[in-house]
Design a protein around this ligand. Structure first.
Ligand code: COA
Length: 172
């Protein structure tokens, strides 16, 4: 089986949205997907893109059972760490089940790592669920460190009413 990993283009928008929903379903969190193709278009292709996305594409004669040639993706965005300097954050690594175990996931990660190094970055960060043993095994094999276990880091989110209230205190 052959495939290419390349930056996404506008024509991939529908496929990437499909894969975002598949990845969320894998995480039993489809109800949390609030993005729309319009939002992704604006945030990914606007004048100040908020993220990049790589897609894995197979030739038409190797398309999926459902007829898809875009079979995997990974989002990424540059961030700044006061300790490490430039870093990149990877989000949503996903490969369709029928294309797994063929090196596509590793290729997507490798391309993001290269992009990061090419831009003077020092660290590649990503998250995974603690029940996701195949992903955990893959990340460990590639040399990643679980910083929740090693350094006790916890990820926090604040949104909805709580973040509204937090922001209101800024003007009081
Ligand atoms: C994690 C994931 C992206 C890996 O993609 P992939 O294309 O299968 O990755 P690779 O082919 O590079 O294989 C990486 C390793 O995963 C193993 N693997 C994972 N899933 C596999 C599957 N369904 N079939 C076969 N091997 C699998 C392989 O054994 C391989 O290890 P090896 O090189 O020692 O043989 C993919 O399994 C996936 O999309 N999973 C669901 C979403 C997810 O967990 N995302 C990551 C966390 S956010």
């Amino acid at each position: 089986m052959s495939y290419v990993v390349r930056p996404w283009a506008l024509r991939d928008l529908k496929d990437v949205m499909r894969l975002i929903r598949e990845a969320a379903t894998f995480h039993k969190a489809l109800d949390q997907v609030k993005t729309t193709p319009e939002a992704l278009r604006e945030d990914g292709f606007g004048t100040d893109p908020k993220f990049g996305c790589l897609v894995a594409e197979v030739p038409p004669d190797q398309r999926s059972k459902d007829g898809h040639t875009i079979v995997g993706y990974q989002f990424h965005y540059f961030r700044y760490c006061t300790w490490a300097g430039r870093i990149i954050f990877g989000e949503d690594l996903y490969v369709m089940p029928e294309f797994r175990g063929k090196g596509i996931g590793t290729s997507l990660l490798s391309q993001v790592a290269k992009l990061m190094l090419d831009h003077g970055g020092k660290q590649f960060r990503f998250m995974s669920a603690n029940w996701n043993h195949p992903a955990t095994a893959l990340y460990k094999k590639l040399g990643a460190v679980d910083v929740t276990a090693s350094d006790n880091w916890v990820i926090w989110h604040i949104e909805g009413q709580a973040v509204q209230e937090m922001a209101q205190r800024a003007t009081q």
